[in-house]
Design a protein around this ligand. Structure first.
Ligand code: SF4
Ligand code: SF4
Length: 71
């Protein structure tokens, strides 16, 4: 499942324009947000983001795993 790193997102809007489901919006903080109810998990936003701000759940899991194994 995709998620957007607010720290990396520049609010350029490229993902908004290219999401086939229309499930991404620029929020009040000028960062992109994905509506998970509408997202069809196509991966386009991940492939197209020029700032590599669209990440995947697997990264969160591996980060948590690293945290766990380093403790
Ligand atoms: S394409 Fe990337 S940097 Fe641009 S608004 Fe979307 S997530 Fe943010
Ligand atoms: S994975 Fe596809 S449908 Fe979901 S937010 Fe990204 S571009 Fe839109």
């Amino acid at each position: 499942m995709p998620w957007i790193s607010k720290a990396m997102c520049t609010g350029c809007g490229v993902c908004v324009e290219n999401c086939p489901a229309g499930s991404i919006q620029i929020a009040d903080d000028e960062k992109a947000e994905i509506d998970m109810e509408e997202c069809i998990r196509c991966g386009t936003c991940h492939d197209i983001c020029p700032s590599e701000a669209v990440r995947h759940d697997s990264e969160k899991l591996s980060a948590a795993f690293r945290c766990y194994t380093n403790s």
